[in-house]
Design a protein around this ligand. Structure first.
Ligand SMILES: Cc1cc2nc3c(=O)[nH]c(=O)nc-3n(C[C@H](O)[C@H](O)[C@H](O)COP(=O)(O)O)c2cc1C
Length: 404
């Protein structure tokens, strides 16, 4: 199982300063496997990014003119059917046209003809964005079922600061994928998933912690795979560098105790709980209130065990919710995963090797084995974390009886 990348993505580019960033959005989508990408540039869009650049990236001539000889009626055939029409960036002008039903160029006409979902990424000067007319148009579009990717706040090209900046290419691509996959629904639609991801940091004093090297990459890939399968995903994110998809709700935590509290608080409302986090097994018994000064003597730290979150979940929710755990080991992975599955009353354990360059913390690949409750195993010699996440979701869909 992998991303379903066969559907057509139509990218509309209107005449905003962020248009140059759209090239990176297209490249990001191509990196994720999408090949059927078509583009529409408004006349003013071509002033910011040329048809030559866009055509070179997609390998296809962009559409710019409704009346182009030989391509008449493309404003209909291009978007009937299509997986998604995403307007990136969307100017105040194009939002107004869409909201008012004006069809006086290729993009606005294609919008009216489009049978797929539509996403717009408004990007403009903050005053333009906050103008009642723009707010009214965006509200109208939302009512019309258009998905709106809210702009970031920050320094804008015009020198002012505030909302209006187009989010980075990865975030825009995440949102395009999300809307594209939501359209068809997925095997897990309607199911609520909690994913605990990343590491934890246990304080020693106000400035030092005991932590681990978990990046949160596996959790990020799982969040994506679950969301694309239709699930409603909430991430409890510990330490690490991973950037989670913007469409997932996120609660940030630091310590093992905070992670336990956050997961248990949300657990009763969830159908599936995935403990992909590297939670500290021990935490300092006492925390120094002041920064511990170096005095040349040995420093003994007494550590006390933390609460085992997966075991707590297993005791409370066995048979009621689908529980997934990870067993990171340096040896005897399958054996340890089987033992953990029984001890924690989990439905699936992902045993994985850590401490080698091609598997474990910070790596993009992983060597893993899936162990299910019936003790059946599926080994993966070396696989990308992205691919493994889709296999895990497929397995869980089967456990949930939701496999299509
Ligand atoms: C340098 C420059 C930057 C612009 N940036 C934006 C922008 O970021 N967002 C926006 O809504 N309009 C922006 N505009 C104004 C639009 O280009 C203008 O409203 C135009 O009519 C939009 O045409 P279109 O929506 O058909 O592409 C900018 C104009 C110039 C000259």
């Amino acid at each position: 199982m992998n991303r379903q990348t066969g559907q057509r993505i139509v990218i509309g580019i209107s005449g905003g300063i962020a248009a140059y960033k759209t090239v990176n959005v297209i490249r990001e989508l191509q990196k994720r496997g999408y090949r059927d990408i078509e583009t529409i540039l408004t006349a003013n869009g071509t002033r910011f990014v040329t048809p030559v650049t866009v055509g070179a990236i997609t390998g296809k001539l962009p559409y710019t003119d409704t009346f182009e000889p030989g391509r008449a009626l493309s404003h209909i055939s291009l978007v009937q059917p299509c997986g998604i029409l995403a307007v990136v960036p969307a100017t105040a002008d194009i939002l107004a046209k869409f909201a008012g039903g004006i069809a006086d160029d290729f993009l606005s006409t294609a919008y009216l003809a489009c049978t797929g979902p539509v996403l717009v990424a408004p990007s403009m000067n903050s005053e333009m964005y906050r103008h009642p007319a723009t707010e009214r148009n965006i509200a109208r579009l939302k009512k019309d079922g258009v998905h709106v990717l809210e702009p970031d706040a920050g320094y804008l090209a015009c020198g002012s600061e505030g909302p209006g900046r187009m989010p980075d290419a990865e975030t825009v691509a995440d949102m395009i994928e999300f809307v594209l996959h939501r359209k068809t629904g997925g095997p897990l639609s309607g199911m609520r998933v909690i994913i605990a991801s990343g590491g934890t940091a246990e304080p020693i004093d106000p400035v030092r912690t005991i932590t681990n090297r978990s990046s949160g990459k596996m959790g990020k890939e799982l969040a994506t795979a679950f969301a694309l399968a239709g699930a409603d995903v909430e991430i409890v994110a510990g330490t690490g560098t991973a950037c989670y998809p913007a469409y997932c709700r996120q609660t940030k935590v630091q310590t093992a105790s905070e992670m336990k509290d956050a997961v248990l608080k949300k657990a009763s409302a969830a159908d599936i709980i995935v403990m992909a986090a590297a939670v500290a097994d021990y935490t300092p018994e006492t925390v120094f209130h002041e920064k511990k000064k170096k005095d040349g003597n040995l420093l003994n730290l007494r550590l006390k065990p933390t609460t085992d979150i997966l075991k707590t979940l297993g005791t409370r929710f066995e048979g009621e919710k689908i529980l997934v755990g990870f067993a990171a080991e340096t040896s005897n992975v399958e054996e340890s995963a089987k033992k953990k599955l029984t001890e924690k009353k989990a439905d699936l354990i992902v045993g994985n090797i850590v401490g080698v360059p091609d598997s474990g913390f910070e790596a993009d690949t992983i060597r893993a084995v899936l162990v299910a409750k019936d003790q059946s195993t599926v080994p993966y010699e070396k696989i990308s974390k992205e691919e493994l996440a889709f296999h895990i979701v497929e397995k869980i869909s089967a456990i949930a009886g939701r496999n299509k």
